[in-house]
Each structure stands twice: as C-alpha cells, then as structure tokens.
Design a binder for this molecule. Structure first.
Ligand SMILES: C[S@@+](CC[C@H](N)C(=O)[O-])C[C@H]1O[C@@H](n2cnc3c(N)ncnc32)[C@H](O)[C@@H]1O
Length: 238
C-alpha cells in the first residue's frame, strides 16, 4: 500500500489514453483540483452509504469489490471496514492520490470509464459499485459491458444516475450544471433498462435518494432545477 501511495505522490500520472471527449477532459480537470472533496461530500452526499446499504445483504468478508469512479474512496472505505478488498478506477489522478493516501484500496487504476477494456480481469469481482459517476458518461453501454464482464456470476452491480425530479422534461436528457460548468447526462429508464437486459443484468432494486437543487442550463435556458439520484441494484445471474 505504501508503494501505491508513494507512486501517486512522486508524480501525477497521466491517463494511459487521452480523455474520450472535451466534456470528459473538463470533468477530470474539475476533480483533479477538488482538494476539499471529502469536506464537501459531508454536506449531504450519501452515494457511498446507499451503495453499501444495498450491497450489504449480498456481502461477505474477504470479497473483492471494484469501484468504478472511486474518487477519494468514500464508498471503498465502507467496504474495506466490512473486510473486503477494493480495486478502484478513476480518471482523476488528483482524487486517486487522495484515495491512495487513505490506504483503503488494494489497487488503483487511472482509467477513463468511457474506454473499454478496463484493466480488471474477467469474472474477478464479487460486486461492483459506481457512485455519482454515470451522469458524466454518455454511453452507458460501455460501462454495463464492462460490469457484466468483470462480475462473477451471482455478483451485484450497484450504480446511480442523476435525474430531474417531476415534472420530468423529456427533452432534458442533458444539461450543464452551471455551478461547476459540467455537462450532466440524465439517463432515463427507457435507456437504462434495455441496456441492462441486453447484458443479462437483472434489476432487483431502484430507489431515489439525494435530492438537490442546481442552476441547470438546458438548451440555453438556465433554471433552478430540482434533481436527485436514482440508485439501482442489479445482479448477474449465478
Ligand atoms: C461525484 S464524484 C464520486 C466519487 C465517489 N464515487 C464518491 O461517491 O465519493 C465523481 C467521480 O467520477 C469520476 N469520473 C468522472 N468521469 C469519469 C470518467 N470518464 N472515467 C473515470 N472516472 C470518472 C471523477 O473523477 C470523480 O471521482
């Protein structure tokens, strides 16, 4: 673990491949400089707790967790506490550096989730978690392909997506969160469900959590918009 930490401290590694698009470059820059991420997350971000709570009934000590978009390891830390080993992937070297310093992950990989294959073996994860990440990913098919490949049969896959609360504007599939300047993609169930089914992943739970307001720009019009995250627990058949 020390070696992992030292590697991130000695030099900030570059992504093995350039980011897949300009919006992803912007997101990575934003998170690279997000020094007080953990302090801000304390003001209400519950993705790590929700993922742990939903996966917990399927969890056993010693299991291997892969965290897509591990960030500073807030979710990984909970699974570590439960006796699991965690491999984290993220495109932000800055956040991976903070994660490495905590010593909660066995392995960390600097990787853009838009690009397959991920550097993780087939069938090597008991469970996969992905907290607060997929509103940055245009094509969920890539992530779901990799989740279905990396999961062992019977494993659980937890993820969430951002949504506009009702009345849902069907045109609002993507907008800009004006505070951070980031593009947010609001994947609807009409997209998610067929993609999961095509990969043999079955949804057992879907629930809304983390309600928040954002100045949100859709088609040039900026409005105060109420958003939330929708959590999903899926399984790969055993
Ligand atoms: C809101 S943070 C969530 C971090 C962590 N999962 C948590 O719950 O605290 C979003 C994370 O997604 C990562 N991310 C965004 N786009 C990514 C991409 N294309 N590939 C890999 N990671 C990405 C960011 O670097 C950041 O760590």
């Amino acid at each position: 673990m020390r070696r992992l930490r030292d590697w991130f401290r000695s030099e900030r590694p570059a992504l093995p491949q350039s980011p897949s698009d300009p919006a992803t470059t912007q997101v990575i820059r934003f998170y690279d400089d997000f020094a007080d991420y953990d302090a801000q997350a304390k003001s209400g971000w519950l993705g790590p707790q929700v993922s742990f709570g939903l996966v917990y009934p399927h969890l056993a000590k010693g299991q291997r967790i892969v965290d897509f978009g591990v960030g500073t390891g807030l979710g990984a830390a909970l699974f570590r506490k439960a006796g699991c080993t965690i491999t984290g992937l993220d495109a932000s070297a800055g956040l991976l550096e903070a994660c490495a310093a905590k010593g909660v992950c066995e392995a960390l990989h600097l990787h853009d989730l838009n690009r397959a294959p991920y550097p993780i073996g087939t069938g090597s994860a008991d469970h996969i978690i992905c907290n607060g990440v997929l509103h940055f990913i245009p094509d969920l098919g890539v992530v779901f392909d990799e989740a279905a490949r990396i999961l062992r049969p019977g494993g659980a896959f937890y993820f969430d997506v951002a949504r506009i609360l009702s009345p849902e504007n069907p045109a609002a599939r993507q907008g800009i969160a004006t505070g951070s300047g980031q593009r947010m993609i609001l994947h609807p169930d009409a997209t998610i469900m067929p993609l999961l089914a095509e990969r043999g992943l079955t949804v057992s739970t879907s629930l809304p959590y983390f309600f928040f307001y954002e100045m949100f720009e859709i088609d040039g019009a900026v409005t105060l918009t109420r958003l939330h995250f929708q959590a999903y627990l899926c399984h790969k058949p055993g």
